[in-house]
Design a protein around this ligand. Structure first.
Ligand SMILES: Nc1nc2c(c(=O)[nH]1)N[C@H]1C(S)=C(S)[C@@H](COP(=O)(O)OP(=O)(O)OC[C@H]3O[C@@H](n4cnc5c(=O)[nH]c(N)nc54)[C@H](O)[C@@H]3O)O[C@H]1N2
Ligand SMILES: Nc1nc2c(c(=O)[nH]1)N[C@H]1C(S)=C(S)[C@@H](COP(=O)(O)OP(=O)(O)OC[C@H]3O[C@@H](n4cnc5c(=O)[nH]c(N)nc54)[C@H](O)[C@@H]3O)O[C@H]1N2
Ligand code: SF4
Ligand SMILES: [Mo]
Length: 711
């Protein structure tokens, strides 16, 4: 028998997911390989299981298509033709080109683009930020996901903090509002089940009959983007019926009159007409809100990818205040807990390294930024990491046109040859989180975790901090802050004097890698903790917004299009994992029976989904998931696997009412049947055009559609 020496290491799942699971990484020391990835018992909320995706993580970690060496483009941009080069060669050439851009256009012509592909603190905002500050690059506003809700939470509560999810079982009424935890937050399900077993009523508010909505009823189905009306209608009902304890609110609330005025027009009848929800259901929910305790609003990000996103979250937050939901353990408003983690962000990112404050560019507007050469200065170099904007950014036709610009230097630090990497002049290999040291927080729970590397990075891959050390060296930068090592960075992050972080240090985490932030035990946020607004009160007066108008023509584009998260992926991150792909082999568009009839479309046939921005090709599947008038396709697949485009051809780069957030779920579309062997009419000026090379025989498509039909 051959003996292998095994060891196990605590890791943390780095993906952009509420749960931030603790991972037990089992390593074969002789082979230098991770051989098993499972849940780690040290993390109380995630100790029992992982998800569909990370249960298969070895398939991703040791994927045959992992980028293991620096690559230099030889073919056309977007074609994915590269040759292997050395790190030295790649870095020398990149540094020369960045110097050239700086000299000719200024540092601000360089745009970093990143998001939460790896949510580690070091991976996300440490040496990367320092490096870009030091070279005077533009700064990226990371708005693509939560900016609108963040602005609303900051306004109402002064922070982005919610109750500890561990008190969910004590709740007796839970409103799942625009979230689909069966897909996006599986570790919440056992907590919801515990609450339900103890007698909690759990409501879902979602235009889609998701797995969550089928499990937790009553299910209210608003038309997408109408939750502001719903929330104000509920608030008006509470006030009109005398179900709000005005007296006790007095001390803690600013702006009740202004709120009341905003809610005034939203009678039950008008709310029902605006949302499409029957009046009786709205009245029943209002009564629940008035009577059930503890009452928890569990709002998801799905309500805030809309034009009126920030106002919507403001109005839902107002309900959490009007009902006094915070008064009870098990109640309150849980959208995020990111405010529970106090880190020394400034010391990590070192804004002082900027010679002068550089401009901020909004990532949602990437398409415009890359194609509008009148920007001063124009973007001449793009450095992408932790993100795959060619697939995930809105206004995709413009994004791809921009990425294809011959004069634009595109540098991508990646693990896989993603759609974005295919456009790169240079692709640099990125380590996987399991191969790096990092610190992880969560936007849902309150555990901070130190993740140790279980092995060294595969091939010539390097972590994000190491990538930026190398870039800094290649550019001849000398400031020592650009070269700080990983352990020192973590010590810097934890160098804070805040009671919630007391006793959480490198040394304590080094012996015990999972620690809970120390909010007072059993603390009710905003009751036992301060309301950190300027006057210490909840702000119910309407959050200031800019005027947003839907510029899309409802007659030409009669359908509402939404594209929420799906179980098998995290945005585009698992798109090339075969065992997950097999569960959803073709890009589907779920269409209600009534809409199929209305547009003369047959289930199981390819359709062209289009609007004034672009077009993509999807397989129409009859489904009871969407409300009629709304079609849905889950986010997101790689373009490369689907003829060069995906659903972000349809989404726009326009911003939410406040916070500069994305408006993915505000898109309107039209749908046209595709003949079996050709593209539909070239209605919109979408680029690049779809090819018809993979239009397959209709019979086969029917089978595939049937097999993967959501049930
Ligand atoms: N498996 C999986 N997990 C994920 C992700 C993933 O892609 N896959 N993505 C991760 C990321 S980046 C994020 S931000 C979170 C997001 O996770 P969630 O907070 O759950 O948000 P979404 O998936 O955007 O949308 C949730 C629900 O909102 C509904 N919705 C859409 N429009 C409206 C509306 O106008 N009103 C209401 N009431 N509901 C609406 C959608 O139908 C969807 O069912 O999940 C993370 N976790
Ligand atoms: N249509 C539509 N589009 C959407 C959404 C939607 O609901 N509908 N949701 C939006 C939302 S909420 C979000 S958050 C965005 C997310 O969009 P993105 O930020 O593009 O996220 P991912 O698709 O997960 O891609 C992350 C990439 O980071 C890479 N990566 C992982 N770890 C590391 C690392 O350590 N280093 C480096 N250098 N790279 C790494 C992964 O390989 C992956 O390719 O998508 C948005 N796009
Ligand atoms: S993707 Fe989410 S649920 Fe799955 S292991 Fe990672 S943190 Fe846990
Ligand atoms: Mo997100």
């Amino acid at each position: 028998m051959i003996e292998t020496s095994l060891s196990s290491v605590h890791g943390a799942c780095p993906h952009d997911c509420y749960d931030t699971c603790g991972l037990k990484l089992e390593v074969d020391l002789d082979a230098g390989r991770i051989i098993r990835i499972g849940p780690d018992s040290l993390q109380p909320l995630t100790r029992n299981f992982l998800c569909l995706k990370v249960n298969r993580y070895l398939e991703r970690l040791y994927h045959p298509d992992r980028v293991l060496h620096p690559l230099k483009r030889v073919g056309k941009k977007g074609a994915g033709d590269f040759v292997r080069v050395s790190w030295d060669e790649a870095l020398t050439e990149i540094a020369a080109r960045l110097h050239d851009v700086r000299t000719r256009f200024g540092g601000e012509a360089i745009l970093p683009y990143s998001f939460a592909g790896n949510m580690g603190i070091l991976a996300g905002e440490s040496l990367d930020a320092r490096f870009f500050h030091a070279i005077g690059a533009s700064r990226l506003d990371r708005t693509i996901c939560t900016a609108a809700s963040g602005a609303a939470l900051d306004w109402v509560y002064g922070t982005r903090l919610g109750p500890d999810p561990e008190v969910i079982p004590q709740s007796r009424c839970i409103i799942l509002w625009g979230t689909n935890p069966v897909a996006t937050n599986v570790h919440e399900i056992p907590l919801l089940e515990e609450a339900r077993a103890a007698g909690a009523q759990i409501w879902t508010i979602d235009p889609l009959a998701t797995e969550t909505a089928r499990r937790y009823t009553p299910h209210l189905r608003p038309r997408p983007g109408t939750d502001l009306s719903l929330a104000l209608g509920l608030g008006r009902e509470l006030l009109q019926r005398g179900w709000v304890d005005r007296q006790s609110l007095q001390k803690d609330v600013r702006g009740l009159d202004a709120y009341e005025k905003a809610a005034e027009p939203w009678t039950l009848a008008r709310t029902a007409a605006a949302t499409g929800i029957p009046q009786l259901q709205i009245a029943a929910l209002a009564e629940q809100l008035a009577t059930a305790r503890p009452l928890l609003f569990r709002t998801g990000y799905g309500v805030q990818r809309q034009h009126h996103a920030a106002r919507t979250v403001w109005a839902i937050s107002a309900l959490s205040v009007l009902t006094g939901s915070f008064q009870d353990v098990g109640g309150g408003h849980l959208l995020t807990n990111s405010g529970a983690f106090v880190l020394n962000q400034e010391a990590l990112s070192r804004p002082d390294l900027m010679e002068r404050p550089t401009r901020r560019l909004n990532m949602v507007e990437l398409g415009r930024l890359l194609t509008d050469m009148d920007e001063e200065p124009p973007v001449k170099a793009l450095v992408v990491y932790n993100s795959n904007p060619a697939a995930t950014a809105p206004d995709q036709a413009a994004v791809l046109r921009g990425l294809a610009r011959p004069d634009l230097l595109v540098v991508v630090h990646e693990q896989m040859l993603t759609d974005t990497a295919r456009y790169a002049d240079y692709v640099l290999p990125a380590a996987m989180a399991m191969e790096t040291l990092d610190l992880h927080t969560s936007y849902w729970h309150r555990y901070i975790q130190l993740a140790r590397p279980a092995t060294s990075p595969a091939g010539e891959a390097v972590s994000n901090p190491e990538f930026f050390r190398r870039l800094a060296r290649a550019m001849g930068l000398t400031h020592p802050a650009l070269y700080e090592d990983d352990e020192a960075l973590i010590r810097t992050a934890l160098d804070v004097h805040h009671p919630w972080m007391a006793g959480i240090t490198w040394d304590t985490l080094a012996t015990s890698p999972v620690a809970k932030v120390r909010l007072p035990a059993g603390a009710r946020v905003f009751v036992d903790t301060a309301i950190p607004t300027d006057d210490g009160r909840f702000h119910l007066d309407p959050l200031p917004v800019r005027d947003v108008r839907d510029d899309q023509d409802e007659t030409r584009y009669p359908l509402h299009f939404i594209s929420p998260s799906v179980r098998e992926s995290i945005k585009s991150s698992f798109a090339n994992i075969k065992s997950l792909q097999a569960r959803r082999p073709v890009p589907e568009l779920l269409v209600a029976r009534a809409d199929l009839e209305r547009f003369g479309i047959e289930s199981g046939h390819w359709v062209r989904l289009y609007n004034q921005r672009g077009a993509t090709r999807l397989l129409a599947v009859e489904s009871e998931v969407p409300v009629p008038g709304t079609v849905v396709s889950y986010a997101v697949r790689w373009n490369e696997a689907a003829g060069g485009t995906n659903i972000n051809q349809l989404t726009g780069g326009d911003l939410s009412d406040a916070g500069g957030g994305a408006t993915f779920y505000s898109a309107r579309v039209a749908i046209a049947a595709l003949p079996a062997n050709e593209d539909g009419p070239a209605e919109a000026g979408s680029e690049p055009r779809m090819t018809n090379t993979e239009v397959r025989p209709v019979g086969l498509l029917r089978d595939l559609g049937g097999a993967s039909k959501k049930s």
